[in-house]
Ligand binder design. Structure first.
Ligand code: MG
Length: 356
């Protein structure tokens, strides 16, 4: 815990995306985010709640996370109590934990990446391309901009020929992944076998999240490594999935896992098991992105994740923008999350704010 906490602000921002993002769960045209601003003596900390606005990806929506923060989590930390024994409300806990850790790191003059034990000054950037009518053109544009890794959102109604066409268009040197967000079943083997022929780095969450046995069955039938995202809400889930041989890669997102500590635990156990991790994205602003970039600088992140430059999402970011540099993003090395929060920009996109 950082030094004396004076107040916590919850700021709901609504940011238009430069390109609407469509997945098997639905379309996002504006990103609603809840910022947690921890005011302490000496340093302010910021965290970003990445719970989706509507159900689909997770059971915890942004409204539910907001209520958990306002009614349970923030009052507890303001009273000096721990929230470690709270179960559920993972997205809410992750956001508050990130804000408190940012403040703590600033008070101790250490960057988040240093605190986590980072080993790289920069991380490979990647871009997730939503379901669209011009996927090949978008893929070519991102490669021309410098991205070396693309993730294509797929679903049963998206022709698998689109993935093959992207592979043909970008050539063999671009790392290509597909993410189905749980939209297939083993009855779709023809599609999944066709994906297997596209030289993918991994196929993410092909089957429903609660069906590890089906993922293990699929893993025996295709050569492409399976990555799990929605299936994994904790380090214990990751352990179970690895033991079931349901995946060889785990998508690590602090929000879905309840916080940065749990994300590091998943990283560590995957490394110990010889599996890989990639750092996923939830259309974060610079505040959440800074956490992801710091996390992805740990050694086990051997598969490129969803870490894009700010301008892939927003016309203006809430922080100093993350910019693409030769296919990489620089890991911030200043104290805390290491990027300055632009409070004037935050104010411009604020829908509501409250101080507790
Ligand atoms: Mg995913």
């Amino acid at each position: 815990m950082p030094g004396p906490l004076r107040a916590v602000e919850l700021v709901h921002v609504r940011m238009p995306l430069v390109v609407p993002f469509r997945t098997a769960h639905g379309t996002t045209a504006v990103r609603d985010a809840l910022l947690v601003h921890a005011l302490t003596d000496g340093a302010d900390g910021w965290g970003e709640c990445v719970a989706p606005a509507s159900a689909g990806y997770s059971d915890e929506t942004l409204d539910a996370a907001h209520a958990a923060l306002r009614e349970v989590l923030v009052p507890r930390v303001l009273a000096g109590s721990s929230i470690d024994d709270v179960t559920g409300a993972r997205f809410a806990r992750a956001a508050l934990g990130a804000a408190l850790l940012d403040a703590w790191c600033k008070q101790h003059d250490v960057s988040l990446a240093q605190y986590l034990g980072a080993t790289r000054p920069r991380v490979v950037a990647g871009v997730a391309i939503g379901i669209a009518s011009d996927t090949v053109t978008m893929a070519e544009r991102y490669v021309a901009a410098g991205y070396r890794r693309l993730k294509l959102k797929v679903a049963p109604h998206v022709p698998v020929s689109v993935v093959a066409a992207v592979r043909a268009a970008v050539g063999p040197d671009i790392a290509l992944q597909a993410d189905a967000n749980g939209s297939f079943t083993l009855a779709d083997m023809a599609y999944l076998e066709a994906l297997d022929d596209c030289a993918l780095q991994c196929v993410e969450q092909p089957l429903p999240p609660d069906d590890l046995a089906a993922h293990a069955e699929l893993a025996r039938r295709i050569a492409t490594p399976i990555c799990l995202d929605e299936s994994i809400s904790s380090a214990a889930d990751a352990q179970t999935a690895l033991e079931a041989r349901a995946c060889r890669v785990v998508n690590v997102k602090p929000g879905r896992l309840g916080g940065i500590d749990e994300a590091v635990r998943v990283h560590d156990l995957c490394v110990a098991a010889g599996a890989s991790v990639l750092c996923g994205g939830m259309l974060e602003t610079g505040i959440g992105r800074a956490v992801n970039v710091a996390l992805a600088s740990l050694p086990g992140f051997t598969v490129a994740g969803d870490l894009s430059a700010s301008d892939r999402y927003f016309a203006e970011d809430l922080t100093d923008p993350f910019v693409l540099d030769d296919g990489y993003l620089r890991v911030p090395d200043r104290p805390g999350i290491g990027v300055e929060v632009r409070t004037d920009v935050v104010a411009r996109y604020t829908v509501s704010a409250e101080r507790l």
